[in-house]
Design a protein around this ligand. Structure first.
Ligand code: URA
Ligand code: CA
Length: 433
């Protein structure tokens, strides 16, 4: 087999066979196919697309390029959850203990953030002492004992994806549905879950700006999951404005604690019920979504979910005192208000730009090497559709530097106040096939 013939085949719009895809991924992972040939193939895939069968074969070849985590020694159906990305998305911090508290095991490997705001690991590390680097054996032991652990992705998980993603990033081939779908699903499959709940976001703050593209990506990933014997479903959720009120690592930990105390922002709570119910049903801990939601509500109001979070923090070496004393991690030096310059209704709260404002404060990374400042970020006081009086604070800016003029300017540009606006629909669709 020669790589040049396979590039030509894809360029001419033909489907690659399983053997051909395995050849490409195997050789590329071992540095036996150069980046220039792989780049050409990626661009051909970008233009010519792939069939479901090709995408599934690509996903499985990528998953098999490194370690495949075996979670079979954990009892029960292990359900993973993945979001295609958003701003202020605090759901994993809440869902992991919440879903575990009703008996569904959560053995989750998460990533760090790049760009915008921190990823789940960065947020968890805002809790003093919390460890995300844990051996596979210890990880399994913790989940068997407590039903929940959230750790960092092991270094050898889907190495083909790591290499391909870096190449896509510099060859303008990131936003290709077969490439995004195989990238995400290869990591989920290698991480060992039996079932997968996908949160495919759409809107300004998401990869998929249009609902139509989000639906296509969701259908593609659900079909791959099913073909790979992992029961998969997707929720298409709105990311035109940030989720919840907090953006920033410590702020989001505190938002998660508040939510687990039953005092979370409406949109974030609803998102957790929607995703959590799907996870509980897939784990066969409830027969219907309604039954699952009732269980989750009970876990929130009784304090059971919060106690599970405490247990999770302690198991992973963290200081669980933050649950009762959130001020321990809310240590930003300055809190600056952003007053509304006019009265009206919030008509726009542009998610990606608000994410950039949080990043400018130090809540996210612009390059892989940058350190994150856990304490800084934004707290939104008004969401889309809410009315505001002139002079009322729209946002509190938590900063460790006194000068926040550039952040204020960016926020003013991206928070629009008008006459009327509807609250955006939170869930656009549920995709099961
Ligand atoms: N997230 C991933 O893991 N891969 C992609 O290609 C896009 C988003
Ligand atoms: Ca949030």
């Amino acid at each position: 087999m020669r790589m040049v013939d396979l590039i030509e085949k894809k360029r001419n719009g033909q489907a690659l066979t399983k053997e051909e895809i395995q050849f490409i991924i195997g050789k590329y992972t071992n540095d036996e196919i150069p980046d220039y040939q792989m780049s050409a193939l990626l661009m051909a895939i970008f233009y010519e697309d792939m069939t479901d069968e090709e995408i599934t074969n690509l996903t499985l070849a990528m998953a098999n390029s490194g370690e495949m985590i075996d979670l079979s020694s954990i009892e029960g159906i292990k359900v993973d959850k993945h979001s295609t990305g958003g701003v202020g998305d605090t759901t994993t911090l809440i869902l992991a203990p919440l879903v575990a508290s009703v008996g569904a095991p959560v053995a989750k490997m998460s990533g760090r953030g790049l760009g915008y705001t921190g990823g789940t690991l960065d947020k968890l590390e805002a809790i003093p002492g919390f460890k995300v680097e844990i051996s596979d054996e210890k990880f399994i032991e913790i989940v068997n004992k407590s039903q929940v652990a959230v750790i960092g992705q092991s270094g050898d998980l889907a190495p083909a994806d790591k290499k391909l993603y870096a190449l896509r990033d510099v060859t303008a081939t990131v936003d290709s549905i077969p490439l995004i779908a195989s990238s995400i699903m290869s990591k989920k499959i290698a991480a060992g879950a039996n079932a997968i709940v996908l949160d495919v976001t759409t809107g300004d703050g998401a990869f998929m700006k249009s609902l139509e593209d989000a639906k296509r990506l969701a259908h593609t990933m659900v079909r791959i999951g099913d073909l790979a014997n992992r029961q998969t479903m997707a929720v298409i959720s709105d990311m035109s404005q940030p989720l919840g009120e907090a953006i920033g690592n410590s702020l989001e930990v505190v938002e998660a604690i508040e939510t687990l105390k039953g005092k979370g922002p409406d949109d974030l709570v609803e998102m957790c019920y929607v995703l959590g119910s799907q996870m509980v049903v897939l784990a066969k801990k409830a027969e219907t979504l309604e039954e699952a939601r009732t269980q989750l509500k009970e876990a929130l109001t009784s304090g059971k979910a919060l106690e599970k979070f405490r247990e999770m923090i302690i198991n992973q070496g963290g200081d669980a005192e933050v649950i009762d004393h959130p001020e321990k991690i809310l240590t930003a030096k300055y809190a600056v208000e952003l007053p509304a310059t006019t009265s009206g209704v919030v008509t726009k709260l542009v998610a990606n730009e608000i994410g950039i404002a949080a990043m400018m404060l130090g809540a996210g990374r612009q390059t892989k090497e940058e350190a994150i400042d856990h304490a800084v970020g934004l707290k939104l006081h008004k969401k889309m559709g809410e009315s505001v009086n002139k002079g009322e604070s729209l946002v509190t800016i938590y900063s460790n530097t006194e000068d926040v003029e550039a952040v204020k300017e960016l926020l003013y540009k991206n928070i629009k106040i008008g006459v009327s606006a509807k609250e955006p629909k939170l869930i656009h669709a549920i995709i099961t096939e």
